[in-house]
Design a protein around this ligand. Structure first.
Ligand code: HEC
Ligand code: HEC
Ligand code: HEC
Ligand code: HEC
Length: 327
C-alpha cells in the first residue's frame, strides 16, 4: 500500500512537472490506457492483435531460460518488473480501468500508436456533439488529426482526405518498430544493449518492414470490418522504402552508442541492406539520405514518395519480400 501510494505521488509529481514544462499549452503527459480501452471501438484490430506474438508472448516470455539469463546479466531480478525490459516487451498501463499500473500487457496498441490518454477522446470526434462521420468539415478533420498527433498519437498513415496532414507521417510509425526490433531505442544505453547481446538476447538484422508488417500483424480494416486489406503494389513499394529509410537512420544512430563489436556489426549489417535498397532509387531525396543518413533526410524522402503518390515498384519491386515470406 505504502509503495503504491508513493508511486502514485511520484506519478502526480511527474505529471505536474510535465505540465509546468508544457507551460501555457498545458496538456497532461500522455499515458497508456491499455488495449482493453481500445477494444470496444476497434474489435477487428483487437482480434488480429490478440493472436500475434506481441500480445501472446506476455503469457510466457518471462518463463524462458533466456529471460533469466538476460535479466541476471543486467543485475535485475524480474523481467516483468524491469523497466529496461518493459520499454520493449510490455505496455505499462492499468490492469483494468482505474486499476493498478504495471507491466500488465505485452506489446500492444499504444506501443505502436502512442500512449492514448490524451488522444483517445480527440481522434474519433467528428465535430460538435452528434456530428456524423460524413458531415465532418475538412477544417475539423485537419484539426482533429493535428490535435491527436500533438496529444501523442503516432498517426498510422498519410491520408489524402485529411487536409494539411504532413506527407511524412509514415516515417514515425515505421521508425518506431526499429526502436524495439533494432534495439535502437534512445533510452536504451549502448552498454546495456551490449550486455544483453552477450547474454544471448536476439538482435535480428533481417527485420524488414514489409515482411514483418504484412503477415500476422496486418490490420487494415479501412473500408469494412470484415476486410483486412492487403496493400497494392504501389503501397507496398512506398512502405518498403519507408522501412529502409527508417532502418538506415536508426542503425546509423545506434552504432554511435557503444563500442560493443557484436552490436555494431548487427547495426552495420542492417545499414548495408538499407543502402542497397535505397541505392536502387532514382530520386534526389534518396541520394541525399545515403550521403547523410539523418532523420530529416529520411522524412524528406518519405514525404516525397507519399506526397507524389509514387509507384516505386519498377525500382525496388524485385527486392520486396514475396508474400510467402511474410511473418
Ligand atoms: C469510442 C470509440 C473509440 C475508442 C475508445 C478508440 N478509438 Fe480509435 N478510432 C475511432 C474511430 C471512430 C476512428 C475513425 C476516425 C475516422 O473516421 O477518421 C478511429 C481511428 C483510429 C485509428 C486510425 C486513424 C487513421 O488514420 O485511420 C487508430 C490508429 C486508432 N483509432 C487507434 C486507437 C487506439 C490505439 C485506441 C486505444 C488507446 C483507440 N483508437 C480507441 C474510435 C475509437
Ligand atoms: C530495445 C528493445 C528490447 C529490450 C530493451 C529488451 N528486449 Fe527482449 N526482445 C526484443 C525484441 C524485438 C525481441 C524479438 C527479437 C526477434 O525475435 O527477432 C526480443 C526477444 C526476447 C526474448 C525471446 C527470445 C527468443 O528467441 O525466444 C527474450 C527471452 C527476451 N527478449 C528477454 C528480454 C529481457 C529479459 C529484457 C530485459 C533485461 C529484454 N528482453 C529487453 C526487444 C527488446
Ligand atoms: C506492431 C505495431 C502495431 C500494433 C501493436 C497495433 N497497431 Fe494498429 N497499426 C499499425 C500500423 C503500422 C498501421 C498502418 C497500417 C497500414 O495502413 O498499412 C496500423 C493501423 C491501424 C488502424 C487503421 C487501420 C484500420 O484497421 O482501421 C487502426 C484503427 C489501428 N491500427 C488500431 C489498433 C489497435 C486498436 C491496436 C491494438 C488492439 C493496434 N492498432 C495495434 C501498427 C500497430
Ligand atoms: C515496443 C516494442 C516493439 C515494437 C514497437 C514493435 N515490436 Fe514487434 N516484437 C517485439 C517483441 C518483444 C517481439 C517478440 C515477441 C516474442 O518473441 O514472443 C516482437 C515480435 C514481432 C513479430 C513476430 C516475429 C516472428 O519472428 O514471428 C513481428 C512480425 C513483429 N514483431 C513485427 C513488428 C512490426 C512490423 C512493428 C512496427 C509496425 C513492430 N513489430 C513493433 C517488440 C516490438
Amino acid at each position: 500500500m505504502l509503495m503504491s501510494g508513493l508511486r502514485q505521488l511520484g506519478l502526480a509529481v511527474a505529471a505536474a512537472m510535465a505540465l509546468m514544462i508544457a507551460g501555457s499549452a498545458a496538456q497532461a503527459a500522455p499515458e497508456n490506457v491499455g488495449p482493453e480501452e481500445c477494444k470496444d471501438c476497434h474489435s477487428p484490430e483487437y482480434a488480429v492483435w490478440e493472436k500475434t506474438p506481441h500480445a501472446e508472448s506476455y503469457k510466457d516470455i518471462h518463463k524462458r531460460d533466456l529471460a533469466d539469463k538476460v535479466t541476471e546479466a543486467l543485475g535485475e531480478r524480474s523481467m516483468k518488473r524491469s523497466d529496461t525490459c518493459g520499454q520493449c516487451h510490455y505496455t505499462e498501463a492499468p490492469n483494468r480501468p482505474g486499476g493498478r499500473v504495471g507491466n500488465n500487457f505485452g506489446v500492444s496498441c499504444e506501443s505502436c500508436h502512442g500512449p492514448g490518454s490524451e488522444y483517445i477522446n480527440i481522434h474519433n470526434v467528428y465535430g460538435p456533439k452528434g456530428t456524423k462521420k460524413e458531415d465532418e468539415t475538412p477544417l475539423h478533420k485537419a484539426e482533429r488529426f493535428a490535435k491527436a498527433r500533438e496529444a501523442g498519437m503516432r498517426l498510422p498513415r498519410w491520408r489524402e482526405d485529411v487536409p494539411d496532414m504532413p506527407t511524412d507521417v509514415n516515417y514515425d510509425v515505421a521508425a518506431n518498430c526499429f526502436n524495439c526490433h533494432g534495439m535502437a531505442r534512445e533510452t536504451l544505453e549502448g552498454d546495456t544493449a551490449g550486455k544483453m547481446l552477450d547474454a544471448g538476447h536476439p538482435l535480428n538484422p533481417d527485420f524488414e518492414l514489409v515482411k514483418y508488417s504484412q503477415g500476422t500483424i496486418r490490420h487494415r480494416f479501412y473500408h469494412s470490418t470484415q476486410d483486412n486489406e492487403e496493400m497494392t503494389p504501389a503501397e507496398l513499394s512506398r512502405w518498403y522504402v519507408t522501412g529502409q529509410a527508417a532502418s538506415l537512420v536508426q542503425a546509423a544512430n545506434a552504432m554511435q552508442k557503444t563500442q560493443h563489436a557484436k552490436y555494431i556489426a548487427a547495426q552495420e549489417a542492417r545499414a548495408e541492406k538499407a543502402r542497397a535498397a535505397l541505392g536502387a532509387l532514382d530520386l534526389a531525396e534518396a541520394k541525399a539520405l545515403l550521403a547523410q543518413p539523418t532523420e530529416a533526410n529520411a522524412k524528406a524522402l518519405v514525404g516525397k514518395i507519399y506526397g507524389d503518390k509514387m509507384d516505386l515498384s519498377g525500382q525496388v519491386g524485385s527486392m520486396i519480400p514475396p508474400k510467402s515470406e511474410y511473418k
